[in-house]
Design a protein around this ligand. Structure first.
Ligand code: HEC
Ligand code: HEC
Length: 283
């Protein structure tokens, strides 16, 4: 009997150890925010991140909040956690063709993901965000690409992503929260379920408009609370579907849509394509 129990115990320990083979960084908890002037800035940064609509209004042009794509207050693995980013900047980025500071990186999310305008590096909003990120990254090594950073890198499945299949996945798994028109749901003007397309969503310059990026986010995180439920094919199909609807213009566009498509976009997106009689990018 004793022997059996020992074997059982060993089995449980080994399965726990297996489940924990990927060791993710553990960021500090809300309750660890220090009760001093530094802590006040951490909390102010958290407020911007959680309720960008209220705390950074002049810089926001849609109905999203940072936390809508960086879940659990910027903590969650495979949801572009803040602690995964902090130690990786300054960094050269192909998108900007220069070395971006951490402020520059966040300015990007304001201009594209939030369809707004960039707060100056010295602005209160940006300073508070940087302090929040710094605190969240307590103990993170500099220059180390930690597991769980950004979104899942989901390889393109065998079959080309399809609008019709994506629509089916959307209706069965997403519509209840994000709405039949993709505009999300609001209570007293507050975003409860964020928009996925249309005038209130991220614009054509945002990382999330890329089908591969959206598929990786969706696979790990959606339907909310049921990450990893969809197959890779379903995640790609539904990412293709939501990202083949109109959304705010790419602010980097100078000439025609075709020129912007050639200069700024690649094959992983529907920008500039004619889908269901609509040439995307003109909204
Ligand atoms: C519509 C979704 C969306 C919203 C809203 C959004 N982001 Fe992002 N964010 C992204 C995507 C996509 C990336 C790029 C991930 C990648 O590189 O694959 C990103 C990247 C980042 C990074 C760099 C991550 C890294 O590891 O390099 C930071 C920092 C960041 N966002 C901060 C913010 C802040 C601050 C806000 C609010 C002002 C915000 N984001 C709003 C989608 C969003
Ligand atoms: C139970 C409600 C619910 C369901 C079902 C759901 N989502 Fe979400 N989704 C949310 C919420 C809430 C957020 C924002 C999370 C946060 O702020 O913590 C979100 C965020 C998102 C985002 C990033 C923010 C944005 O607006 O672009 C995308 C993309 C997304 N969901 C896609 C999907 C897809 C695709 C499905 C179906 C496979 C789906 N969701 C199913 C509730 C849901």
């Amino acid at each position: 009997m004793k022997k059996l129990l020992a074997i059982l115990g060993l089995l449980i320990i080994t399965s726990l150890a297996n489940a924990a083979t990927v060791k993710y960084f553990q960021p500090p908890l809300e309750k660890d925010i220090p009760d001093n002037d530094f802590g006040k800035m951490v909390k102010a940064g958290r407020d911007v991140f959680m309720d960008t609509q209220t705390h950074a209004k002049p810089y926001v042009g849609n109905t999203l909040n940072c936390v809508n794509c960086h879940l659990d207050a910027g903590r969650l693995v495979n949801s572009a956690p803040l602690w995964g980013a902090y130690g990786m900047y300054p960094a050269y980025r192909a998108k900007t063709k220069k070395v971006d500071s951490i402020e520059n990186r966040m300015q990007g999310c304001f201009m594209y993901s939030m369809n707004g305008k960039a707060p100056e590096a010295e602005s209160e909003v940006m300073k508070n965000l940087v302090v929040y990120m710094y605190w969240m990254s307590t103990g993170v090594p500099v220059g180390k690409n930690l597991p769980g950073r950004v979104y899942l890198d989901l390889k393109k499945p065998k079959r080309e992503p399809s609008w019709d299949e994506g629509e089916k996945v959307y209706q069965a798994n997403c519509m209840i929260c994000h709405g039949s028109d993709g505009n999300g749901q609001y209570v007293n003007g507050k975003t409860v379920f964020p928009p996925l397309w249309g005038k209130n969503s991220f614009n054509w310059g945002a990382g999330m408009h890329r089908i591969n990026t959206a598929a990786g986010f969706i696979k790990a995180n959606m339907p909310l609370g049921q990450g990893m439920k969809l197959s890779d094919q379903e995640a790609w199909d539904v990412a293709y579907y939501i990202n083949s609807h109109e959304r705010p213009k790419d602010p980097r566009q100078k000439g025609s849509i075709d020129e912007a498509k050639k200069d700024l976009h690649d094959e992983n997106c529907s920008y500039g394509k004619e889908i269901h009689g609509e040439k995307l990018g003109a909204m």
